[in-house]
Design a protein around this ligand. Structure first.
Ligand SMILES: [Zn+2]
Length: 188
């Protein structure tokens, strides 16, 4: 039986995660239970890692003039509940009780607006490169703890491309769902 470093969710906060506040959230609709985890990838600029630009982006503090790509996302206000860096460090931007802005127009099992009832987890990565073992390890530990804190999640874990197939490709072909599921099965 494996043990998670992220053993507890307390008032919507993941203990063990670095906390950085994003202003990009609002309240979930009344009486909405968390019942889905959405996995994404993001890197800024694309396929470049480190630099802290994702963190700045989610805080609405990114200097759009730093890179030409940044101008294509200028003014966007988005977030995720969690970001898992290449090192496996986990950063929380939005309280799980609040609605973060990660999914956009989306649908899961015919239920629209996934942001209303999901937790969004971004992996620092791209559609072109493998993810790091440290990221799978952190993701599995986090998902295990979230499923215990929010039991309606059960097996409802989807990629962004699953809930918005016309618009989105992440977490992409390099995200190894089989490895992820096998690792997760070791946690009980
Ligand atoms: Zn995404």
């Amino acid at each position: 039986m494996s043990q998670s470093r992220f053993t507890q969710v307390q008032d919507g906060i993941l203990l063990g995660a670095t906390q950085i506040a994003s202003p990009n959230f609002n309240v979930r609709p009344p009486d909405t239970d968390i019942q889905l985890i959405v996995i994404h990838n993001i890197s800024l600029p694309p396929s470049q890692f480190g630099g802290g630009y994702i963190q700045q982006f989610f805080q609405n503090q990114l200097d759009w003039s730093v890179h030409p790509y940044f101008q294509t996302i200028e003014g966007m206000q988005v977030s995720a509940h969690l970001l898992i860096l290449r090192t496996g460090e986990v950063i929380q931007f939005v309280n799980f009780q609040d609605r973060s802005w990660h999914a956009g127009r989306s649908s899961y099992l015919a239920q629209k607006e996934c942001n209303d009832y999901s937790i969004g987890i971004e992996l620092e990565g791209s559609d072109d490169l493998p993810f790091e073992p440290e990221q799978y390890q952190a993701l599995v530990e986090v998902v295990h703890t979230l499923r215990q804190a929010y039991p309606k999640i059960q097996r409802h874990i989807a990629g962004h491309s699953d809930i918005a197939p016309q618009r989105k490709t992440d977490p992409g072909p390099y995200f190894d769902w089989q490895l992820f599921r096998n690792m997760l099965a070791k946690y009980k």
